[in-house]
Design a protein around this ligand. Structure first.
Ligand SMILES: *Cc1c(COP(=O)(O)O)cnc(C)c1O
Length: 226
């Protein structure tokens, strides 16, 4: 079955706008991040041709390769890293992405700070918060957030937002409202939350960025993605 990427982008943008105008908590602007992980470059080009410019990938090397292949179009694109980052890939991540959403531990902050100084390039950073306090999940625990933000400031990392992935078996609105509260507390303007199944709800709770993959590009042909 072929997927109409342009139509999906339009439908989701319309739904975002509907949710946005219905909620007092909603942000004035919501950016739709098209999550193209596992999808071929042709799908990215289709979205680009439909006018879309904001993309997300969860793996450094995959993103590096795909977004090198699209040539000059890359200059107009805002590319977000939304997957876990190992410290030994900090350099590639700083080179490849405009926004890194998954900062979650002191060792990674220090590795990123070192590369920023060396490369003279400063992406934007969001901190991933493990709002469900799940042991297996990435993200800083809410209790450790303050200290990690402090370290980012000390190391001159430009932190502008928070990101979360709610536990699959819990009501996401609790996590969205919690993340929204934390962002206000720390005066961070960007809130990345909501995926294909719950982006409309995330918008109602003030998301500035929603991350939608399968809703735009169709189901991925492997399981176990988080
Ligand atoms: C894959 C992924 C998404 C998109 O998921 P869909 O359910 O396909 O919309 C969003 N956020 C993160 C962190 C992801 O890894």
């Amino acid at each position: 079955m072929s997927v109409d990427i342009a139509k999906n982008l339009k439908n989701i943008s319309d739904q975002i706008e509907l949710s946005r105008v219905e909620s007092l908590m909603a942000s004035e602007n919501v950016s739709l991040i098209a999550v193209s992980k596992t999808k071929p470059v042709e799908d990215i080009v289709s979205a680009y041709k439909a006018g879309h410019r904001v993309f997300g990938e969860n793996k450094v090397q995959e993103a590096q390769k795909k977004f090198a292949e699209i040539g000059h179009k890359r200059e107009e694109i805002e590319l977000h890293l939304i997957g876990p980052l190992q410290t030994n890939k900090a350099k590639e991540a700083v080179e490849t992405f405009d926004v890194i959403q998954t900062v979650d531990r002191p060792k990674l902050v220090k590795a990123l700070a070192k590369e920023i100084k060396k490369l003279g390039k400063q992406p934007e950073f969001y901190i991933q918060v493990n709002t469900g306090e799940e042991p297996q999940k990435a993200g800083v625990l809410p209790d450790d957030l303050k200290e990690l933000i402090g370290l980012c400031h000390e190391q001159d990392l430009r932190v502008t937002g928070l990101m979360c992935i709610p536990p699959v078996d819990e009501e996401p609105s609790l996590h969205f409202s919690f993340l929204s509260k934390l962002a206000k507390e720390y005066d961070l303007p960007n809130l990345s939350m909501g995926m294909s199944n719950d982006f409309d709800l995330a918008v109602r709770f003030g998301a500035t960025h929603v991350r939608v993959g399968s809703g735009i590009f169709g189901a991925r042909d492997y399981t176990g993605v988080d």
